[in-house]
Ligand binder design. Structure first.
Ligand code: G4P
Length: 528
């Protein structure tokens, strides 16, 4: 591979933000974009969120397609780095896509609200990160408010998420007494002035904590800081790059996103320690980003909600080689060569007419429903990337057709929508009903609206008493048959004919799993 291309890969950072709604993801995203000079985009992110709060009508929001699509991938430059921030939809938009986006990143930033600690959605997203041991940097937000004690927060993260914390900065007070942070590695004091957006001012280098300047600047809080640091030196884990890269340890920063405090500090560490695009597993071998051959996989499909434009955009992460507009690539699942002339290459705002993309970058491929989530594209070699699975749904609905003559359309619509990853479709072993499964409930509204618009299907949902699902596997055929016979009422086929157990509760699932040793209950399933 050419030196130029190598440099392009090494300077790329592709990441997502994991957080619970209201922890400050939108605010942090906006500040990061501002540091990268993507001012217009930062405005759009905020506007999008505002309109979302004002209306629960998701379609109206989605119709502002420009914003919705561009915010899926936010590219910006910072120092010598080219950063791809992939949106992880939250709030009403929380869906299986949110999980799947995390299969396309090289690292993640976790935002925690200092008053709330680890919350449910963060826990779920962290589970997904764990599947690939994704390295995670933690940003504890809202230090300008009264929150929990820093040590208590670290203990919460360590216990709830089973990851070691290594604080790289330490807060000085909180709420009204919040004075800033002390960077434990650079040995710098970052001073906080409320209401002032900081862009790197207010940094005082203090190598020796006994320096009397500390007392001048912090008053009686200087001694508190000294005591904290002494305690940390004995109790906290030292930062170890290798452990971070393996996903065993998370470096922790404290700050206040809305005040733009601590954000640059974190961003500087992020570009320095977060991994550049790395090798990816396929069914046959590992693919290095430095290979000359182009390859990539589709992790998300976004339909156009505007009925006048029925096209879809498939988001493909480049894994190796170099993408150039108009290049011919092979779509392996259907065995066809396609010319990618009308691909969208997501680019930073300050660069126009980009015609190429490198590993870590995302390109959008327009299509009319030919592309499925999990599809691989490459030069020639038949490859199939793994690790872009379906995730066990947590919400369920039964579909009841109002007009039985539309049964065919319903079937076709559901098959396509499930291939796109919009919703999961199950058919119970006995009975012919379709049961839909989703990770976020909005997926049901989207599905129904699209069934009506695109397939002319008039249907309604009925509640159904399932709370969780697992794909079933068992090496012993006889045992599997026996299991099937005894659990018919809870079993279903998914759209790719995989056996799935639908349970009315976590408790019930665990109980059945205990009764059937040797039968595996899987939380994810790879696409065919
Ligand atoms: P999200 O995307 O994770 O859902 O969170 P978002 O950034 O929208 O932040 C949620 C709320 O928390 C917002 O307030 C935001 O202003 C506030 N916030 C974010 N960072 C900080 C911080 O460092 N300190 C404090 N005190 N608040 C913070 P909101 O009232 O819902 O919206 P807005 O009217 O302020 O935009």
């Amino acid at each position: 591979m050419k030196k130029h291309n190598q440099n392009e890969i090494e300077r790329r950072r592709t990441f997502g933000i994991i957080s619970h709604p209201d922890a400050g993801k939108t605010t942090l995203t906006e500040k990061l974009l501002l540091f990268g000079g993507a001012i217009q985009m930062a405005g759009a992110i905020k506007a999008r969120k505002a309109s979302r709060h004002a209306t629960s009508d998701w379609m109206a929001v989605e119709q502002e397609r420009g914003i919705s699509v561009t915010s899926s991938v936010m590219k910006f430059n910072y120092r010598d780095f080219e950063i791809n921030l992939l949106d992880t939809p939250g709030h009403q938009d929380f869906s299986e896509d949110t999980y799947r986006v995390l299969t396309a990143v090289d690292s993640a930033v976790m935002v925690i609200d200092s008053a709330k600690g680890v919350e449910t959605q963060t826990r779920k997203l962290m589970e997904v990160c764990r599947m690939r041991n994704t390295p995670i940097i933690t940003f504890i937000n809202k230090l300008d408010r009264e929150g929990r004690e820093p040590l208590d927060l670290l203990a919460d993260i360590e216990e709830t998420l089973q990851i070691e914390c290594a604080p790289l900065s330490w807060p000085i007070g909180m709420g009204k007494r919040f004075k800033g942070t002390y960077n434990l590695y650079k040995k710098e004091l970052n001073l906080f002035t409320p209401g002032e957006e900081r862009l790197g001012r207010g940094v005082v280098t203090i190598h020796d904590l006994n320096d009397p300047r500390l007392d001048e600047l912090l008053g009686d809080q200087a001694d508190e800081l000294r005591a904290d640091i002494e305690l940390l030196e004995g109790a906290a884990n030292p930062f170890e790059l290798e452990e971070y890269l393996k996903g065993n340890q998370t470096p922790v920063f404290f700050g206040s996103a809305v005040n733009n405090f601590g954000v640059r500090e974190m961003l500087n560490a992020f570009v320095e320690i977060a991994p550049a695009p790395g090798p990816r597993a396929t069914e046959t071998r590992e693919v290095s980003p430095y290979e000359d051959q182009f390859s990539g996989f589709v992790f998300k499909i976004q339909a156009n909600m505007d009925p006048a434009h029925r096209d879809r955009i498939a988001f493909l992460r480049v894994c190796s080689g170099k993408f150039t507009r108009g290049m011919k690539v092979r779509h392996h699942r259907i065995g066809k060569d396609v010319n990618l002339s009308n691909a969208t290459i997501f680019m930073a705002q300050d660069r126009a007419n980009v015609e190429e993309a490198y590993p870590g970058d995302i390109i959008g491929i327009h299509n009319h429903g030919t592309i499925k989530v999990g599809d691989t594209f490459s030069d020639k070699e038949p490859l199939k990337f793994t690790g872009i699975p379906s995730f066990a749904p947590e919400h369920f609905r039964r579909v009841r057709l109002k007009n039985p003559l539309k049964a065919k359309q319903l079937q076709k619509g559901l098959l396509q929508l499930s291939e796109e990853g919009a919703v999961q479709v199950f058919r119970s072993l006995f009975g012919s009903d379709f049961i839909l499964g989703a990770v976020g409930v909005l997926q049901f509204d989207v599905t129904m609206a699209r069934l009506k618009d695109e397939y002319g299907v008039d249907a309604v949902y009925e509640g159904v008493d399932y709370a969780t699902a697992r794909w079933v596997a068992c090496e012993d055929r006889k045992k599997l048959e026996e299991f099937e016979k005894r659990n018919q009422t809870n079993l279903a086929w998914d759209s790719e004919e995989n056996l799935t157990y639908l349970a009315s509760s976590e408790w019930r699932l665990n109980y059945v799993a205990e009764q059937w040793p040797g039968v595996e209950f899987l939380k994810t399933r790879e696409h065919a």
